[in-house]
Write a protein that binds this ligand. Structure first.
Ligand code: SAM
Length: 232
């Protein structure tokens, strides 16, 4: 199989991750991804860009990237990590649960902010795979920085389950339990009745009257950073 064919099929291969662009590849290298292959349309230009934006990975990128004429910019294939969900749930800090997120860019933005806030894990339910190329692009490759997995349903754990929903009580970030599972709903319909029933509490982010909801990734960012900034 040619290298071009491997990159073409990587898009749908559940065993590997396709990384497009320098930002995703930079984070993958920094956070220990097992990169199998890197290709670029101009290795010298990509190396120069890396030297200015990500000097810590520039040498490795220059050394490993192969110049090809069928890619635009830089792309890589990494082995997809196997995520141990039980181990992820026992890591310190809150877990983000995204119930059936539909927009992969939005999903990626949630992973990105969760990685920045050093969250224990991001779990998703529903059809969207958080490791698909558009989610990787949205997260700038930060799936490699923390456990990220799709699950059939939220596994049982000792963690309190907190529904983040516009119908809840106003959130007091400093009072969020440090080991909560923070659950966010799907873009169109919000959290399911099942999850709202199971939740130990339901909290809202205050909004001006007339505004019905925030974007999913914006809500995740607001809650994670509000909590994080109370720790300073
Ligand atoms: C785009 S919203 C879903 C809108 C949906 N029509 C609803 O009313 O829940 C996606 C998710 O972001 C979170 N969200 C958005 N605005 C929120 C707010 N003001 N308070 C709490 N959660 C919010 C919720 O988890 C919600 O399920």
């Amino acid at each position: 199989v040619s290298s071009a064919e491997r990159f073409r099929t990587a898009r749908r291969d559940p065993g590997v991750v396709l990384l497009e662009g320098l930002h995703a590849i930079k984070h993958a290298l920094r956070f220990g991804a097992d990169l199998l292959e890197i290709v670029a349309d101009d290795v010298e230009a990509v190396g120069a860009l890396a030297s200015s934006l990500a000097p810590d990975v520039a040498d490795e990128l220059r050394r490993r990237a192969r110049q090809v004429d069928w890619v635009e910019g830089v792309a890589a294939i990494a082995r997809r990590p196997v995520v141990d969900v039980a181990a992820a749930l026992s890591r310190p800090g809150p877990v983000v649960l995204l119930e059936d997120p539909r927009n992969l860019g939005n999903l990626g933005a949630c992973v990105r902010v969760a990685a920045a806030c050093d969250i224990a894990a991001v779990l998703t339910t529903g059809r969207s795979d958080p490791w698909l190329p558009d989610a990787i692009r949205g997260a700038a490759g930060l799936q490699f920085a923390l456990p990220v997995a799709r699950v059939e349903a939220l596994p049982e754990s000792e963690r309190p389950l907190i529904a983040i929903d516009p119908s809840g009580d106003e959130i007091v970030p400093a009072r969020l339990p440090p080991h909560a599972v923070l659950a966010f709903g799907t873009e169109r319909h919000g959290l399911s009745d099942d999850l709202l029933t199971r939740a130990d509490s339901c909290l809202r982010i205050p909004m001006r009257p007339g505004v019905s909801s925030l974007n999913l990734a914006t809500s995740v960012a607001a809650v994670l950073y509000a909590r994080r900034l109370t720790e300073r």
